[in-house]
Design a protein around this ligand. Structure first.
Ligand code: SF4
Ligand code: SF4
Length: 198
């Protein structure tokens, strides 16, 4: 969901100071149900250099018009956390997940780009934002990673247990798409939440 996807659409929802620039991370990593595009497969409509962006901008799917990453929505993430800079896309859409200890709790979905599997431990600012989500906001993080050599996707749950960050076991990721209505409602809710958090 690259520059052209976001530069103009729903501009009022995003921070005025935040532009996608050359970032095309979401067009590379996120699923697009309307295009039957699975996670971590670059969109066939994505243009490369010298002007990266959407090649079907006027006709792009609704999800490409509506969705913005959390970096576009909230100053809680500083400039270094633009996804192409830090290697991680934080999805602003609220979700719930069942932790390996059996609890079902609110979560933030994070999509690590290839080569950034351990950014929540290795990248100081990513680690800081994950800690803020887990310890200050009280949500877990569903940490998704690019497919392995066998084309299998994995996720891990990151959550607070007794004031310590727990890194759950790596499990195979299967779910890719939600319904159109569910998707739209969740995006609207995400915009409300992140506007309130500014
Ligand atoms: S159609 Fe593809 S390239 Fe265009 S905004 Fe959507 S995901 Fe990105
Ligand atoms: S990941 Fe965020 S900054 Fe990057 S292209 Fe998508 S919306 Fe723009």
């Amino acid at each position: 969901m690259g520059e052209a996807r976001r530069r103009r659409a729903h501009a009022a929802q995003t921070l005025e100071t935040r532009q996608c620039g050359d970032c095309t991370a979401c067009c590379i990593a996120l699923p697009v149900r309307e295009l039957e595009l699975p996670p971590y497969q670059p969109c066939r409509h994505l243009r490369g250099a010298p002007s990266p962006g959407c090649g079907i901008y006027p006709d792009r799917p609704e999800i490409c018009r509506a969705w913005h990453c959390t970096w576009r929505l909230s100053a809680a993430l500083d400039d270094d956390l633009r996804p192409d800079r830090c290697g991680v896309i934080f999805d602003p859409v609220p979700d719930t997940a069942r932790y390996d200890d059996g609890r079902e709790l609110p979560v933030c979905n994070a999509w690590a780009l290839a080569g950034h599997d351990d950014a929540f431990q290795q990248h100081p600012k990513v680690k800081g934002f994950v800690d803020w989500l887990v310890f200050d906001r009280g949500v877990g993080v569903v940490w998704r990673t690019a497919p392995d050599e066998g084309n299998v996707r994995h996720l891990r749950m990151l959550y607070n247990r007794g004031g310590k960050l727990v890194v759950g076991p790596s499990v195979v990721e299967t779910e890719a798409f939600s319904s159109e209505a569910e998707q739209a409602a969740r995006i609207e809710r995400a915009h409300e939440i992140w506007r309130a958090a500014r």
